[in-house]
Write a protein that binds this ligand. Structure first.
Ligand SMILES: Nc1nc(=O)c2c([nH]1)NC[C@@H]1CN(c3ccc(C(=O)N[C@@H](CCC(=O)O)C(=O)O)cc3)C=[N+]21
Length: 281
């Protein structure tokens, strides 16, 4: 069977071009969108993701700044840095790269970010507004997935979507967005019994597990749409998804690859949220 390969990388590039036009206009109005990325310590994967964010900012015309802080920084010092950025009018978006070192309470850090500058959409205010369907910054990965559905004209209304994973960053928000788009959503997770029974009924599968190649062909109903959110490093250091692509893809109607699927869309949506924050300035 032939399937559609969802080109996240290509769509993300297109979105960056669209955003650049908006940013050019904002700059003419005297508003240069500003994004600050805070990286604490040197988590190897974070280095690569942060680089992607800075590069995309430059492309779109967003004035970005990377603040590198030592792994030993105290929580109090980190919170003070965030408070200063909250008060800086040239800063539209603040992103604190996760994970943080163990001695720092990530929840407290996130709660310190001004919700108006929370371009990750991780603060309780934005999360809460998402839950009740009010205007909010939508977390970038789920926003990117919904954008892919839109651009590929994949209608989710009335479909059965099975979300595997219940994280605050992906599982919870994507399940809400799918419900708002009139899908019927089942949430599965590490304690779900007989996961197969659920996924085999799914028209749409969102795999956000974090386990290399766990989704094999036996999980799939023929003609399903499969979105792979996994970003696992295998033994050779290669980026691999949660989905065993080679055997799953031929069964699907459409599928995202890893890399070049959801990952680049996450960054594109971060750019979009930053532009939105600047417009609301
Ligand atoms: N506060 C915060 N916000 C985040 O949005 C956030 C975070 N912390 N911590 C880590 C995760 C992960 N994440 C990715 C972003 C881009 C790619 C991406 O561009 N991936 C490329 C490949 C990149 C590579 O090869 O390293 C791809 O899939 O094609 C992946 C993962 C954002 N995250």
């Amino acid at each position: 069977m032939s399937y559609q390969l969802i080109d996240g990388k290509g769509i993300a590039a297109k979105i960056r071009l669209e955003l650049k036009e908006e940013v050019d206009y904002l700059i003419q109005q005297g508003i240069t969108p500003g994004l600050v990325v805070i990286l604490v310590g040197n988590h190897p994967a974070s280095e690569s993701y942060v680089k992607g964010k800075i590069k995309a900012s430059a492309e779109v015309g967003i004035d970005s700044q990377l603040i590198r802080l030592p792994a030993e920084i105290t929580e109090t010092e980190l919170l003070a840095r965030i408070v200063a950025l909250n008060e800086d009018p040239s800063v539209d978006g603040i992103l604190v790269q996760l994970p943080l070192p163990d001695h720092i309470d990530a929840d407290r850090v996130i709660q310190t970010i001004d919700p108006k500058k929370d371009v990750d959409g991780f603060t309780p205010i934005n999360m809460g507004n998402l839950v009740i369907g009010q205007e909010a910054f939508i977390p970038c990965t789920p926003a990117g997935i919904m954008e892919l559905f839109k651009r590929y004209e994949i209608d989710v209304a009335g479909k059965h979507a099975v979300v595997i994973g219940r994280s605050n960053i992906v599982g919870k928000p994507i399940s809400l967005l799918l419900q708002q788009a009139n899908a019927t959503v089942t949430m599965c997770h590490s304690r779900t019994r007989d996961l197969l029974k659920f996924t085999q009924q799914a028209d749409i599968i969102i795999a956000a597990v974090g386990r290399e190649h766990m989704l094999t062909s036996d999980y799939i109903k023929p003609g399903a749409v499969v979105i792979d959110v996994g970003i696992n490093r295998n033994a050779e250091g290669k980026l691999v998804g949660d989905v065993k692509f080679d055997e799953v893809a031929p069964l699907t109607k459409a599928i995202t690859p890893v890399p070049k699927g959801v990952g680049p869309m996450t960054i594109a949506m971060l750019m979009a949220n930053t532009v939105l924050a600047a417009k609301r300035r």
